[in-house]
Design a protein around this ligand. Structure first.
Ligand code: NDP
Length: 313
């Protein structure tokens, strides 16, 4: 994959490069792994999960160079091990991690342990994982952001951002800090059944030049249980077979490409080599504007949120 075949609609095109290559779709290490570790007996929780190391190696060996992790996932050791085994130079990778504000640890302390666990001197991107912590901790978004800025000044973080932030959350940062230290990324849930995680967030981030990252972009394919969609059936199922036929692409490629063309950089995962290759190939085709509008329209007839339900709905 080269810079040349990233077309004009792709959101990360002008964001930054990783060793001369544009930032592309990321491979995640959360959700499933976090719960898998939590479900283990206490004495086994710190043991790295070999299956995740293998999955990361599969992704790295097949062309991924963007890894998404977080303190709360407890998957830093697996990332460190996979990077080591891959033999890929640190500067050829993009590693994102996130501050877990629910723990009684400040952002400065968290950054220190994150770097140690990841066995790296710096993070490419560091996000506040979610803004919903202030009721539980005597620690504010502004306090955390100040420490994150400090770590950036010290060269421990290249880019700073947030996750699951709404417009009012973002405006607090804009009000309290200089433009040089505004967030450059907001990682939020995005798919056809959740086109705005919070009111107006998509347009607002685009206007403010904040790169949107989409987590859970394949939700319509596997998170909707039968009976949850309307009585006519899951609305995207009615159009995906025809789109798949038209573009000669899989359902997941259509949905990931849709996220990209909506201006989001998707974060996704797969344990299957065929799906990993298909995912990276989404840079090689383009949906027509009419088909993007069709997915928008079908998707907006059904609402589904996978994460942070009690905080948003
Ligand atoms: P996706 O919605 O992309 O789901 C990935 C899952 O989809 C995998 O389990 C994969 O299974 C399955 N899949 C892939 N292709 C297909 C297909 N063609 N048909 C059916 N299923 C398919 O993303 P995730 O929910 O995994 O989220 C990605 C990452 O985003 C997380 O790992 C985490 O890093 C981040 N995240 C961030 C959050 C935040 O608050 N900031 C919250 C949630 C996630 P298989 O292995 O079988 O291919």
């Amino acid at each position: 994959m080269t810079k040349d075949n990233i077309d004009s609609v792709d959101s990360a095109k002008n964001f930054c490069t990783v060793s001369g290559r544009p930032l592309v779709i990321g491979t995640g290490t959360g959700t499933k792994w976090q719960w898998l570790k939590k479900g283990r007996p206490i004495e086994e929780r710190n043991k790295p999960i070999q299956e995740l190391i293998d999955q990361l190696l599969l992704a790295l060996n097949n062309g991924y160079y963007h890894i998404d992790t977080a303190e709360i996932y407890t998957t830093h050791p697996e990332v460190a091990e996979a990077v080591k085994q891959s033999g890929i130079k640190r500067e050829d990778l993009w590693i994102t991690s996130k501050y877990n504000p629910y723990r009684q640890v400040t952002a400065a302390e968290a950054i220190k342990s994150t770097l140690a666990e990841l066995q790296t001197d710096y993070l490419d991107l560091y996000l506040i994982h979610a803004p919903f912590f202030e009721d539980e901790a005597s620690y504010s978004i502004e306090m955390a952001w100040k420490e994150i800025i400090e770590a950036k000044k010290q060269g421990k973080i290249r880019y700073i951002g947030v996750s699951n932030f709404s417009i009012p959350n973002l405006e607090r940062i804009f009000k309290a800090f200089e433009p040089e230290f505004y967030p450059v990324v907001n990682q939020i849930e995005f798919h056809a059944y959740l086109q705005n995680q919070s009111a107006g967030i998509t347009d607002y981030c685009k206007k403010r030049n904040i790169l949107l990252e989409a987590y859970a972009p394949l939700t319509p394919l596997f998170r909707i249980q039968s009976g949850e969609a309307d009585t006519e059936g899951d609305p995207l199922r009615k159009i995906l077979p025809a789109l798949s036929d038209k573009y000669q692409k899989t359902d997941s490629q259509i949905l990931l490409r849709y996220a990209l063309q909506k201006g989001y950089l998707p974060i996704t995962t797969s344990s299957k080599v065929q799906r990993i290759r298909e995912t990276l190939a989404i840079y090689e085709f383009e949906l027509s504007a009419d088909d993007v509008a069709l997915i928008d329209k079908q998707g907006s007839t059904f609402h589904f949120r996978s994460f942070f339900n009690s905080n948003f709905d």
